[in-house]
Design a protein around this ligand. Structure first.
Ligand code: ZN
Ligand code: ZN
Length: 140
């Protein structure tokens, strides 16, 4: 894997300790954390970072295409360092968001492009349901 600092530089971003901490945390998780979750994790090792800095840094990462902001619920955003198109499934019970990277939806994309005349260059497909763990908990 490329150095985190290199990746930031390639995107034309100045490398700061906060940016390194936030990006490497996102890079090392597939849990699609919210800004608050990122903040809570980061401040364990970097107590000087403020929540405002976390939000600002995430905005900056999103606008330069380094990470994706997922609008799965309208209450908050989930962040994903995996910028390759993939679908998500969210448990409406525990609110966790999982990757569904095994589904090839190129046929759907083609159909959408044909139907609308759009050049389709992005997508957000989200499925909602109850995860196996929550199903077990609920049946007890
Ligand atoms: Zn669940
Ligand atoms: Zn994802």
């Amino acid at each position: 894997m490329k150095e985190i600092a290199e990746i930031l530089k390639e995107k034309g971003l100045k490398v700061t300790p906060q940016r390194l901490a936030i990006y490497s945390m996102l890079k090392n998780t597939t849990s699609h954390p919210t800004a608050e979750k990122i903040y809570n994790t980061i401040t364990q090792c970097n107590p000087s970072i403020s929540l405002a800095t976390v939000y600002k840094t995430l905005d900056c990462f999103v606008s330069c295409g380094l990470i994706k902001e997922l609008n799965i619920t309208c209450e908050y955003s989930n962040y994903d360092a995996n910028t390759i198109n993939h679908q998500h499934i969210m448990c409406t019970c525990c609110k966790r968001v999982f990757d569904l990277d095994t589904i090839d939806d190129s046929a759907i994309k083609k159909a959408v492009a044909n139907k609308t005349g759009f050049i389709v260059n992005d997508e957000q497909v989200v499925f909602y349901g109850i995860c196996p763990e929550c199903q077990k908990k609920n049946s007890n």
